[in-house]
Design a protein around this ligand. Structure first.
Ligand code: AMP
Length: 435
């Protein structure tokens, strides 16, 4: 008996409706690439392990699909897109392109996650990356795109949680926590493993008052950003290096407070992300009913340099398309255009060319048009068209062919006309579709 093959665990086929939903979201993402002047780029699915592992963070690093190629090179399926896009920037654009450089991408990523709702081993990310500016307006631009995307997809209720890794890292540095340990603590914070953080603090003899201060910082959250900033300034008054980072965060919040997006913003100083490349602002987008983020991003000013490029500040974000689709489905946000399908049936094989010529004319008008390829007779063609939601059926028989005519039957009204081929556009008004 032959073997039945199935999709690999955690990976999915996209049938008609699924693929349509994916395309629908992608077309809105692409509309934003255009409107914000981002150039869409793509990179290979396979990268050198060292590149994607460098700052992926312990959790993602462990979940990578890693393999050796026949040349003995250690490769991996990309677990996220920022590192590959930073590589692409250095390899192709850093020396030649005027700054800032705005890049967009839509692609699949791979992580050996435990498959469940909203968590797959192959999933789609759509992102925006802005290279070359460390001014807060570039942070604002990225946040604004995220806000715009959510609105354009149809979401009204969503939250953008924002935090600042620069504040946390500079605090860690003044209390002498080395970079690697910082990565570990931030990774645990992302997973809310507070017990383990406490253990690490103890093991590394971090003074109790510093640990207490750290927890006090983490507890700052809410919509009242001025209160949070005041508290940060008070808590950290003895650490001028950290206050510099607080000041950067303050400026971002002040700018945001003047924009529409502000009503969706919630500050959360305990926000951390698994990826280790973040240096400043970080954020995650949440919708009701899904406790995992539908998107996230932040500032990563040292990644390009780490990959051998020149110092290039950068900020970006990625939306998790699969999770957005789940949330959109739950809210009924997909808007299907009313589609008009047309079936053209030759009554004998001799009318096949006439059917194809007519089909081309109708496709030009924007209709989804098929020529029957199963040689159905009138009766069977009609019942097939009715039960499969065609709106119009067109017959071409010998008589029609001779007179250069077609018989058009509208299935909703039952109306039927035999008209000249050239007159088709007078009864079929042109339609515009989102594919
Ligand atoms: P990250 O690269 O971890 O910041 O993820 C960015 C976005 O990708 C997340 O907010 C999720 O929406 C999405 N994402 C991450 N991992 C998965 C997964 N295993 N399955 C589906 N979506 C994911």
């Amino acid at each position: 008996m032959s073997k039945m093959f199935r999709t690999v665990r955690g990976m999915r086929d996209y049938l008609k409706e699924d693929r349509w939903r994916l395309n629908y979201v992608n077309s809105i993402v692409r509309e934003l690439y255009y409107k914000y002047n981002y150039d869409e780029v793509s990179t290979p699915i396979v990268e050198f392990f060292d590149l994607v592992a460098a700052k992926a963070g312990a959790e993602i690093r462990e979940k990578m699909f890693v393999f050796e190629d026949k040349g003995g090179r250690l490769l991996a399926l990309r677990p996220e897109m920022t590192a590959p896009i930073a590589r692409l920037y250095i390899e192709n654009l850093m020396r030649s392109a005027p700054k800032p450089v705005r890049l967009g991408y839509i692609g699949t990523c791979y992580r050996y996650d435990n498959p469940q709702r909203g968590r797959y081993r192959e999933f789609w990310q759509a992102g925006f990356e802005l290279f070359g500016s460390d001014y807060p307006e570039s942070d604002i631009e990225i946040l604004n795109i995220a806000y715009d995307l959510m609105g354009k997809l149809g979401f009204t209720e969503f939250k953008i949680k924002i935090g600042h890794i620069g504040v946390l890292r500079s605090f860690f540095s003044v209390i002498k926590i080395p970079d690697e340990l910082q990565d570990t603590i931030l990774g645990l914070l992302d997973k809310r493993e507070m017990g383990k953080i406490e253990e690490i603090m103890k093991e590394n003899n971090i003074p109790e008052n510093a640990v207490k201060l750290f927890y006090n910082i983490l507890n700052l959250k809410g919509k009242e950003y001025t209160t949070i900033i005041n508290q940060l300034n008070n808590l950290l008054s003895e650490y001028p290096e950290v206050l510099g980072e607080v000041e950067k965060f303050t400026i971002i919040l002040q700018l945001l407070s003047k924009l529409d997006i502000f009503k969706k913003i919630e500050v959360d100083m305990s926000l951390a992300r698994g990826l280790e490349y973040y240096t400043g602002l970080i954020f995650e987008i949440f919708v009701e009913g899904l406790d995992i983020a539908v998107g996230g991003g932040g500032r990563y000013d040292k990644l390009v340099e780490l990959f051998g490029g020149e110092h290039t500040p950068a900020v970006g974000f990625a939306a998790g398309i699969d999770r957005l689709i789940i949330a959109m489905d739950e809210r009924n946000l997909f808007r299907k255009p009313l589609e008009k399908k047309i079936l053209i049936t030759p009554l004998t094989p001799r009318q096949i060319p006439a059917c194809f010529i007519t089909a081309s004319k109708i496709r030009e008008l924007g209709y989804k048009t098929e020529v029957d390829v199963l040689r159905r007779n009138i009766k069977r063609a009609l019942s097939y068209a009715v039960s499969n939601n065609y709106s119009i059926i067109i017959f071409i028989g010998e008589k029609e062919e001779k007179e250069n005519k077609v018989t058009v039957k509208k299935l909703d009204s039952g109306e039927q006309h035999t008209i000249n081929v050239e007159e088709i556009s007078s009864i079929l008004t042109p339609v515009v579709n989102r594919y």
